[in-house]
Ligand binder design. Structure first.
Ligand SMILES: [Zn+2]
Length: 129
């Protein structure tokens, strides 16, 4: 009974067709899942109102074979939002308080450049110095 239900659910997810006929994206997803690592990076977070820039240490996902870590989370993911950027900005100087968690969601209050910690190469840029 349980197995029958599971099979039904799986069929609805369209998993099988993708495995039988892998698309370019199928291979790519496979690659991302199988070979990733973490790279120590520095986010240079700028408070756009005051112009102050703080360095926040972060671990970014690197797909093996790629030159630089994925920027998705900063571009379109959770870290693109000012509420998270505000927390990181405060955290960079150990100034984080409980009120910082109530910071409203918005875009444009903070801008971020990302560089690798090891060689300092800026691989993602939202502002110029
Ligand atoms: Zn938010």
């Amino acid at each position: 009974m349980l197995l029958k239900c599971l099979r039904k659910v799986t069929a609805n997810l369209d998993i099988e067709p993708m495995l039988i006929h892998p698309t370019k994206w199928g291979y790519r997803n496979n690659k991302i899942m199988k070979s990733t690592g973490w790279v120590k990076c520095i986010a240079e977070i700028r408070n756009n109102e005051t112009g102050e820039i703080r360095e926040f240490e972060t671990d970014e996902i690197l797909v093996i074979g790629e030159k630089y870590p994925s920027t998705f989370i900063w571009e379109n993911g959770n870290y693109a939002c000012d509420c998270n950027r505000h927390l990181f900005f405060k955290r960079a100087k150990n100034e984080e308080t409980e009120e910082d968690w109530d910071f409203e969601c918005s875009h444009g209050k903070y801008s971020v450049n990302l560089k690798t910690k090891k060689d300092g190469n800026v691989y993602y840029r939202e502002y110029n110095l």
